[in-house]
Design a protein around this ligand. Structure first.
Ligand SMILES: Cc1ncc(COP(=O)(O)O)c(C=O)c1O
Length: 481
């Protein structure tokens, strides 16, 4: 296609390039004046300071921005797209504010990112959480329980919609038509932060386009745009695009970075012209790589075969979760060895596993290096002092804590800081998430029970990480007892 809506164009990126080539005498923001106010270290790394431009008449951003978003919408199968410069979190919070009203009952998959919980607090909605399904060998969430969803839809007939996280952080994606069938004509919002590539990589049906009413991409995570960029996509029909825009404006800076915006435009062009083909072409190679790792004794690699229901779920080829417990080595320990001995940095590690994120534009020799390092580690004897204590995964509380106050009231009140061990019976004022499994253990407004406290203590005893518990072991609760 040529002309205005050709994917060969990147209107915002091109306009920024044009402006940067001929800047005017700068008596305007930003204060660094095309870099002259920056420390020399920025110049030493070649930072393009003249690209850090603001909304001035000589920079024709408005039309270019609109056209760039239209091209992105066409590419990602949306009716309309909004560029985000505050990460997927901005799209999730703006999306929830724009879709639901205070007091609305909304079904929410519990395996959600903390931004979903923050949005629930801000929007004043009443969440009905749907239990998470786990893959026991890896102890990672694979999605939500279908039975639980069906039950909750029957129970809360007046619920306005469903908020899902798909794919999961470790790259497990579910067929979204299943959920659409269950919720009928209600709103479906998908946090697709890690899945912007699924649709055009041969995994249609496991992506949100065509099923969801609103979905959010953390474009910087897998697709190659700069850190902090994302996109919010919508399908018109059930929702009001004007309201989404108004609510996004509520939480967005009036001075967005044009470097970030242009990066989204350029990234979309790159994907449309080359990137999407690269994802498809390189897929067999990464699958082969995973397959070869799966043969390594003492490693357990997350592949489709590991899933209980491989027809309704897929594993993102570019995410690689490796489980070391077979050898009595924690994910943290393996990660440290990888970093210190092999100079390899993973995406995420917890007690049980390490997750790696690969990309089609990555040098294939880097995959070979990773493969050799993993083989080496499993061949070596692990020093005795690194042997972890046995870890009992079964102790994750088997029910979601009861909601005893509105998340909005609990999350916005001043609250108080108390020691974790004294928190049983109190109401949480913040999100607490333990890794693993990296999903909310307690949300604002929920009762803190002994089960949650013991789980957190167990994770901490194994040097695990718990978000929401500070380094002195204190948490935030509401003042009421
Ligand atoms: C599933 C999921 N959704 C949303 C986010 C938020 O993304 P961002 O960091 O771009 O705001 C994350 C971040 O890790 C995530 O894992």
């Amino acid at each position: 296609m040529s002309g205005k809506f050709s994917q060969e164009r990147a209107p915002l990126f091109e306009e920024l390039q044009r402006y940067a080539r001929q800047p005017l005498v700068p008596f305007h923001t930003p204060g660094h004046k095309a870099g002259r106010g920056l420390e020399s270290g920025w110049h030493a790394i070649g930072f393009p300071a003249q690209w850090d431009v603001t909304e001035i008449p000589s920079f024709h951003w408005a039309g270019a921005w609109e056209e760039a978003e239209e091209l992105a919408a066409m590419f990602f199968g949306a009716d309309q797209t909004f560029f985000l410069t505050q990460g997927a979190s901005q799209g999730i919070i703006g999306g929830i504010l724009g879709l639901f009203s205070p007091g609305d009952t909304v079904l929410v998959g519990r395996n959600c990112h903390r931004s979903v919980i923050q949005a629930i607090v801000l929007a004043g909605i009443h969440p009905i959480f749907i239990e998470t399904e786990f893959l026991p060998e890896f102890y990672i969430p694979t999605g939500i329980h279908i039975d639980s969803l069906q039950k909750k839809v029957r129970e809360y007939q007046d619920c306005k919609g469903l908020i899902l996280t798909n794919p999961t952080y470790q790259g497990i994606s579910n067929r979204l038509h299943t959920y659409r069938k269950i919720i009928g004509n209600r709103i479906l919002m998908v946090d697709e932060a890690h899945g912007g590539h699924l649709g055009w990589m041969g995994l249609e049906g496991f992506d949100a386009a065509g099923v969801a009413d609103l979905w959010v991409h953390g474009t910087h995570k897998v697709l190659g745009s700069l850190t902090q960029t994302g996109m919010l996509h919508i399908k018109k029909g059930r929702i009001d695009p004007g309201r989404i825009k108004t609510q996004l404006d509520l939480i967005t800076s009036t001075s967005p970075s044009y470097i970030l915006l242009a990066s989204l435009d350029s990234s979309r062009r790159y994907l449309a012209l080359d990137g999407a083909r690269m994802f498809a072409e390189k897929m067999p190679h990464i699958l082969e790589f995973k397959e070869s790792l799966a043969q390594v004794q003492r490693l357990r690699v997350l592949t489709k075969e590991q899933l209980a229901d491989p027809d309704s779920k897929v594993v993102d080829p570019w995410k690689l979760s490796v489980h070391f417990l077979l050898k009595g080595l924690t994910g943290y320990q393996a990660d440290t060895i990888l970093r210190e001995k092999y100079r390899i940095q993973s995406e995420y590690a917890d007690i049980s596993q390490v997750t790696f994120l690969a990309a089609p534009w990555q040098d294939p020799r880097e995959l070979d290096e990773l493969g050799r390092a993993l083989q080496d580690i499993t061949a070596d004897d692990v020093p005795r002092e690194m042997q972890p204590k046995p870890y009992i995964f079964g102790s994750f509380p088997d029910s979601i804590p009861p909601l005893i106050r509105s998340p909005r009231d609990a999350g916005l009140e001043a609250g108080e800081r108390i020691p974790l061990q004294k928190a049983a019976g109190r109401t949480s004022a913040a999100v607490i998430a333990a890794y693993p499994p990296g999903i909310p253990l307690v949300a604002p407004g929920e009762l803190i029970r002994t089960a949650e406290i013991e789980y957190i203590q167990e994770i901490l005893a194994h040097q695990g990480w718990v978000n929401g518990v500070d380094h002195q072991g204190m948490i935030r609760v509401t003042r009421d007892k």
